[in-house]
Design a protein around this ligand. Sequence first.
Ligand code: AMP
Length: 201
Amino acid sequence: MRLILLGPPGAGKGTQAQRLVEKHGIPQLSTGDMLRAAVKAGTPVGLKAKAVMDAGELVSDEIVNAIVAERIDQKDCRKGFILDGYPRTLQQADAVGKMLTKRKRKLDAVIELVVDDKALLGRIAKRSADARAAGQPVRKDDDPEVFPERLREYYKKTAPLTGYYYAKKLLTNVDGMASIDDVTDQIGRILKAVKKTAKKK
Ligand code: AMP
């Protein structure tokens, strides 16, 4: 199963992706995690990406497309994967489409977690406060001063993907304001329906 989780930063994509990993035994491909690992390791990609990420802006399509193209060829992705935080631009959406076509694979579903901005700002403030309380470093891009820029980037560059995937009949919405368990159930029901349709074809 190849799945995309869409939604603004802080919508809960990472949490749901982890649950899907456990349930379906396929990996979560989070470009944010991969970029943070590159920054930590001080690779050339990490050195390029750091300032952009710290400012809450998007890393270039070229960089993230290359990271994903390499990652999906790894053995653990054979049965499928969950894309979390990618694609984030129309160019990336086209790129992943081409990557899959080239490999004779297709996307099974795109699930959008719908949440409201006020709730997101609250969630991010809580995430920073929790990290601080636990004595952990706060992600620079989770800083309440940087977060609104991430949200702006989302609306400018990523939100158009909902129309893109709707037109391809791949998009389903879930109510991201519901409890974590409820969101998991909503996603479970969608995937069940997707599998059923795939069997009939
Ligand atoms: P995330 O943890 O998914 O919110 O990603 C953290 C940061 O990494 C983002 O704010 C961007 O700077 C960068 N990033 C992650 N994924 C992408 C992507 N698909 N395209 C561009 N930049 C990305």
